[in-house]
Design a binder for this molecule. Structure first.
Ligand code: COA
Length: 327
């Protein structure tokens, strides 16, 4: 049975920035409040005319370059996103624009856990021998769905895309994983469709409407993350036969610095091993883990052979962790 290897990372470069000072011109907030409560200082947003597909293609191409593969090598492409350009899915268009003509491609929705769910899904196809070179892209444009008048949520989110290439290998570098859902808390974080019943013909009424902006019960989501993320990481580590002391870097979904600090404390991990870049990007949903990973790989913090934990959590509610050996 082939194993899974991690062979390259990439990202989309977004130019427009919105810092906390600019945000305070939009809603009643200030830099100090946002930095103290979240650690976020600025966030990147898509440019006018730019879509989710553009970001995903850029990140994917960069990851393939880093891994030394071409789009024609790709056999499987998984696009983890909650904000496709098209509700029917954006993966096919990414496949086309990238020139990954041989790849089967599909969207996967698991909100901010999407990248971890996507990587674990990809690994199953690689392990069975069904597909070889695989792209897992995490991309989201939450700025489309944020209520920019709601100061409780609009301060948190940014746009972004990151990608990782996985390949079959002799040894398996996916050492363990754990995925979980808690639908009982679904209402805590939603981007929900709301329709009103409208008559279609005399005897038939159907709901017609559209998606509503992001709604979040911040305190409940915070409690969920701090309580459940350490547990899901411990379970993934148990499957890998490792302890948190043996992990070189923790790459968690970048939602809030206080969540990262609290999880590190619960796991007994020194803050330096809990990677963080959310000050510059905010919460980019499915993109945040591959964005952090790409940064740490390119600046040399993450080295081949090191042990990493990747962990995501978010709407659904969903959460998941995987343990891998880099490279
Ligand atoms: N600027 C200034 N004041 C703000 C504000 C803002 N942007 N947003 C809220 N406030 C105010 C509130 O109105 C409230 O004032 P009040 O006490 O007079 O009513 C006060 O600050 C405290 O609000 P609260 O919602 O209790 O703050 P908090 O400490 O829970 O922090 C979050 C809010 C959103 C930062 C925090 O709950 C959080 O990070 N939750 C997790 C969210 C998350 O990570 N979501 C994504 C998961 S994928």
């Amino acid at each position: 049975m082939p194993g899974v290897r991690w062979t390259g990372t990439g990202r989309a470069e977004l130019s427009p920035q919105l810092d906390n000072h600019q945000l305070s011109r939009l809603v009643d907030t200030n830099d100090e409040w946002i930095v103290t409560r979240t650690g976020i200082r600025t966030r990147r947003l898509v440019a006018a005319g730019q879509g989710l597909t553009d970001l995903a293609v850029q990140a994917a191409q960069q990851a393939l370059d880093a891994a030394g593969f071409t789009p024609l090598d790709v056999e499987l492409l998984i696009l983890a996103t909650s904000t496709p350009d098209d509700l029917f899915g954006s993966a096919s268009l990414v496949q086309e624009r990238l020139g990954a003509k041989r790849a089967v491609a599909f969207d996967l929705t698991a909100a901010c856990s999407g990248f971890v769910f996507g990587a674990v899904t990809a690994a199953q196809f690689i392990r069975t021998g069904a597909y070889g070179t695989t792209l897992v892209i995490g991309a989201d444009v939450l700025s489309r769905w944020v209520d920019w008048q709601d100061r409780r949520t609009c301060i948190l989110f940014g746009d972004g895309a990151g990608a990782v290439v996985l390949n079959p290998g002799v040894t398996d570098h996916l050492l363990g994983f754990e995925l979980q859902n808690d639908g009982s808390q679904n209402a805590c974080l939603t981007l929900a469709y709301q329709g009103e019943d409208r008559p279609l013909i005399d005897e038939l009424t159907i709901p017609a409407g559209t998606y509503q902006p992001i709604f979040m019960n911040g305190q409940e989501v915070y409690k969920f993350a701090v309580r459940r993320v350490p547990d899901v990481i411990e379970k993934a580590l148990f499957r890998a036969g490792l302890t948190s002391e043996q992990v070189d870097h923790f790459v968690l979904h970048q939602a809030n610095q206080r969540i990262l600090d609290a999880v590190a404390e619960k796991l007994g991990v020194p803050p330096a091993r809990m990677l963080s870049n959310l000050a510059h990007y905010g919460n980019t949903s499915a993109a945040s883990i591959p964005l952090m990973l790409d940064e740490a790989v390119r600046d040399g913090r993450v080295q081949p052979g090191q042990t990493l934990v990747l962990a995501g959590f978010g709407a659904g509610l969903t959460l998941g962790a995987l343990v891998c050996r880099w490279g």
